[in-house]
Design a protein around this ligand. Structure first.
Ligand code: NAP
Length: 264
């Protein structure tokens, strides 16, 4: 069975690694090709956009793909939307693998906002002028803060951020996972007053939230974009493995309900 994993996440790599051990599966992982030096999963890897819904549909048809797992990042909503549309059009089974979002614990001072523009507005209320704000938004979203010359921004991302940047800034090139000790050192060195992040979920980048909690700092948390209506979703790599293996042994097994697979 030919399986396409839409990757770019640790879960995508873990899934490809696990499926590579299964006889009878031909697994290809697709990466967007944005990161200069991506962590490559085992097995066949392709790189670069497909060219929208039509391009993805043409790829799935040409490669005779029989199942797709969308293991892209929770904020990669365009790719997920395209996958739902292309697979829906062709009748190719699709599972979306989404790690759970973060949940605030006692002592957290989180301010949930829908997007980067709202986050920039929240920062003007939460971070006094002259203080430092740590942005961990990846490449995108930083432009929303470009108009603020009253605060200093420490901007951390794997590759340099896109678009306009705030005038007072420090760029930190770094790739997780980050340890609590390393995060404490970053917060201390830059005298971080407020953290702005996206609700990516997962363990690899959660240490900054614990650091902020321990230091009593406010966190502006950008909510995830909603999943497309009707998408079949699992929260775990194990759930995705079970779904793929179920499909490879016959459609009736694959369509049986999984404990952690749900259609919203
Ligand atoms: P996006 O906005 O949803 O996607 C924009 C376009 O990039 C898509 O329409 C598609 O181009 C292409 N694309 C995205 N993921 C792809 C994939 N796995 N394989 C082939 N093409 C892909 O996505 P994004 O937020 O820019 O994220 C890009 C990649 O980085 C994703 O693979 C994601 O898993 C990873 N990532 C994203 C974040 C984040 O915060 N957004 C964080 C960590 C990792 P076409 O329309 O031409 O097909």
């Amino acid at each position: 069975m030919r399986v396409l994993v839409l990757g770019g996440t640790g879960e995508g790599r873990a899934l490809a690694t696990r499926l590579a051990r299964e006889p009878g599966l031909e697994v290809t992982t697709s990466l967007a090709g944005r990161v200069a030096d991506p962590r490559r999963p085992p097995g066949d890897v392709r790189s670069g956009g497909f060219g929208g819904v039509d391009g993805l549909a043409a790829y799935l048809t040409h490669r005779r793909v029989e199942a797709v797992v969308d293991a892209t990042h929770p904020f990669a909503s365009r790719m997920t939307g395209n996958a739902v549309a292309a697979c829906g059009r062709l009748g190719v089974p699709l599972l979306v693998l989404r790690r759970p979002g973060w949940v605030a614990a006692e002592g957290d001072d989180w301010w949930r906002v829908p997007d980067a523009v709202s986050a920039a507005s929240a920062v003007t209320r939460l971070a006094p002028e002259g203080t430092t704000v740590l942005l961990t938004l990846g490449r995108g979203g930083v432009a929303a803060f470009a108009g603020d010359d009253a605060r200093h921004y420490v901007i951390r991302s794997v590759d340099p951020p896109d678009g306009a940047l705030p005038p007072r800034r420090t760029l930190l090139a770094a790739r997780g996972p980050f340890t609590p000790d390393a995060e404490r050192a970053v917060f201390r060195e830059h005298a971080v007053a407020v953290l702005v992040t996206k609700d990516s979920g997962g363990d690899a980048t959660a240490a900054k939230l614990i650091t902020a909690r321990d230091a009593g700092l406010a966190v502006v948390m950008i909510d995830r974009p909603p999943l497309p209506e009707g998408a079949r979703v699992t929260r775990s790599v194990a759930g995705a493995v079970a779904w793929v293996l179920g499909r490879s042994t016959g459609p009736s097994a694959s369509d049986s309900p999984e404990r952690d697979i749900a259609r919203p």
